[in-house]
Design a protein around this ligand. Structure first.
Ligand SMILES: [Zn+2]
Length: 178
């Protein structure tokens, strides 16, 4: 284990990042067209609304919102430290809040702290975008949706045919009686 790089009372730099703005990217499922073309096993083709870029009950928009991160460095004074087998952790206490950081995220200069924050922000942005996109990858349930409604239509059609037949039969019987 290395000796701690800093001591209590040292003024150090810490890299931070937080969600800043949002940007929109084209929906990867429908390519911004807002719908998907579906072909069933029996050759039937039709369009369904894209679920990837639809939020809740809103119609699909063709775009997906992703967050961009803002990274910066700030200076603070170490007020405590904790040394364990995992390494050194520094704490920063203020009258209204306190936080702590692993040594690898604490620097003696602004430039390195900012660079570290930018790297973490970029990695977070990629993860966050991947999470957003993962939400759109639900093709199975869409396909299920389509076949469910097709089945319902077929079943309704069968009912209609049966009822129509029954009605014709009843009408012909009625005629016989008359
Ligand atoms: Zn879409």
């Amino acid at each position: 284990m290395n000796d701690p790089k800093f001591k209590i009372g040292d003024k150090v730099w810490i890299g931070r990042f937080e969600p800043h703005t949002t940007k929109q990217i084209e929906c990867p499922d429908c390519g911004g067209t807002r719908h998907l073309h579906v072909t069933l096993w029996n050759g039937e083709e039709f369009d369904i609304e894209c679920k990837g870029c639809a939020r809740g009950y809103d119609p699909p928009s063709g775009v997906i919102k992703v967050y961009t991160q803002r990274a910066w460095a700030e200076q603070d004074k170490i007020t405590g430290m904790e040394i364990s087998s995992r390494g050194t952790r520094y704490s920063f206490e203020h009258w209204d809040h306190h936080y702590s950081w692993e040594e690898e995220f604490v620097f003696d200069n602004e430039e390195d702290a900012k660079k570290s924050a930018e790297e973490r922000a970029a990695a977070y942005e990629i993860d966050d975008t991947a999470r957003n996109l993962a939400k759109t990858k639900d093709h199975k349930s869409w396909a299920w949706h389509v076949s469910y409604h097709r089945k319902n239509i077929k079943e309704a059609q069968r009912q209609l045919d049966r009822s129509t037949e029954a009605l014709h039969y009843a009408q012909s019987k009625a005629k016989d009686v008359l």
